[in-house]
Write a protein that binds this ligand. Structure first.
Ligand SMILES: Nc1ncnc2c1ncn2[C@@H]1O[C@H](COP(=O)(O)OP(=O)(O)OP(=O)(O)O)[C@@H](O)[C@H]1O
Ligand code: SF4
Ligand SMILES: [Mg+2]
Length: 409
């Protein structure tokens, strides 16, 4: 039996029914754990293969102007309580030289999507079970990240794709000086680098990110620097090997507003200097409006809307995106209250087969409770998954509008 068949069988026989009651017996938990072990072992065996021929993980981009293409990506966590479908069919592109903002409620799968791209999902529980992630290097060579062996991925991660994390204090090693940590990255990823050339590169990068007393910072420990300085160091480190893509996961959440603005400005500057792309993950719609060219809105492991920043901010289509736009502070709300989206995200272990937003949506119709909506395209770049814009749902909306007009007359 294939892995996907095993997953499907378990959904029917086990977790779904059990999760409706939110209760698992010890026996059932053991059964899930046993099945998980089998599944995880198979995935790990595949990933640990040595001497994998390159043809197995070379591929073609759908559009050669993209650096990364996510295609129907599914990343699951096999826990003893059931399968958490953290990323459940995500498709979007990161074009060369552009900033793609990823927004969505806490737990919607933003970080797991980026970690899947870095092959850093917490294994063995976390596994990419379906879909593809294509990456194109500077020479136009395209790799299928989901099939790449671990040793090969080491050559790309940190060099061509680098990551800036939310909290720099936990990402920097407290017992080594900044300079030592920065030099190590250069030495690891640059062929023929010496300790002198690595130091020169580190100093150059610290200058690039606008640090004034570079020598002093180079010789400091992380705890001797302020939050803003540490974040600058993290950015300098991420840039030191000229990455093609920077993943910034909430890069400014831990910083105060003025430092936040400086860091964002800096990120934009350096992106232009290295002509790289940025995947910018954040809760903050203000940051997205400032920085992004394209926006991807995620909800419960799926993309529910995507488009250019203009399309998403000026013409949001999905009720969740509309709610997000209403909930950002504008300063002109009459009673000084912010709009909040009522209710909660469904249990990630037991996602329904109809629209995940039904229980929170002001527009929900019968059809929304019956099937998950298709993706509707509004322009070449703008699309949303919602019943409001096609078929039975669209007809119902028209009927409602007529009724409202008739009642008004
Ligand atoms: N190691 C793990 N084991 C089990 N579930 C996990 C694990 N890591 C993440 N998840 C689950 O995957 C889902 C997506 O998590 P993720 O960290 O991607 O959310 P996020 O969108 O980045 O949220 P936030 O905005 O809070 O950072 C969540 O439901 C989370 O509980
Ligand atoms: S499909 Fe229905 S419930 Fe889901 S967001 Fe659209 S209108 Fe709301
Ligand atoms: Mg996150």
């Amino acid at each position: 039996m294939g892995l996907l068949d095993m997953l499907k069988r378990r959904k029917v026989e086990g977790t779904e029914d059990l999760d409706n009651t939110m209760y698992l017996t010890l026996r059932e938990e053991r059964r899930i754990s046993r099945e998980n072990r089998k599944i995880m072992k198979q995935y790990e065996r595949e990933k640990n293969r040595k001497n994998v021929p390159e043809e197995e993980y070379l591929t073609q981009m759908r559009d050669p102007s993209n650096v990364v293409e996510f295609d129907n990506l599914h990343t699951y966590f096999f826990t003893d309580l059931g399968t958490v479908k953290s990323v459940n069919g995500v498709t979007f592109d990161i074009p060369q030289g552009k900033i793609v903002g990823v927004v969505g409620e806490s737990g919607c799968g933003k970080s797991v999507t980026s970690l899947s791209l870095m092959q850093l999902v917490q294994a063995p529980q976390g596994q990419i079970v379906e879909g593809s992630i294509r990456y194109q290097d500077i020479n136009g060579k395209c790799y299928e990240i989901t099939k790449m062996p671990r040793d090969k991925m080491l050559e790309i991660r940190g060099k061509e794709i680098s990551m800036i994390f939310q909290e720099p204090m936990t990402s920097l090693n407290p017992v080594f000086k900044i300079g030592e940590q920065m030099d190590e990255v250069v030495l690891l990823h640059t062929k023929g680098a010496t300790s002198e050339s690595a130091k020169a590169r580190s100093i150059e990068m610290l200058n690039l990110v606008g640090i004034a007393d570079v020598e002093k910072v180079y010789n400091s420990y992380p705890h001797e620097l302020s939050g803003g300085m540490r974040q600058r160091v993290m950015i300098a480190m991420a840039l030191s090997c000229d990455p093609r893509l920077i993943i910034a996961d909430e890069p400014t959440t831990a910083l105060d507003v003025t430092i936040q603005a400086q860091i964002l400005e800096l990120l934009r500057d350096v992106k232009d200097k290295i002509n790289g792309s940025i995947m910018l993950i954040t809760h903050d719609l203000g940051v997205i409006a400032e920085m992004a060219d394209y926006v991807v809105v995620m909800y419960a492991g799926r993309i529910i809307e995507q488009g250019t920043v203009r399309e998403i901010f000026h013409n949001p289509k999905h009720p969740y995106t509309i709610g997000l736009m209403k909930s950002k502070p504008s300063g002109d709300t009459k009673d000084n209250r912010l709009y909040s989206i009522r209710g909660q995200v469904p249990n990630p272990i037991n996602m329904p087969d109809y629209c995940y937003f039904c229980n929170r949506c002001d527009y929900a119709m019968n059809v929304c409770w019956k099937e998950y909506p298709d993706i509707v395209e509004f322009s070449e770049s703008h699309s949303a998954a919602c019943h409001l814009y096609y078929g039975e749902g669209l007809e119902e909306q028209k009927k409602r509008r007529v009724e409202v007009e008739n009642n008004g007359n």
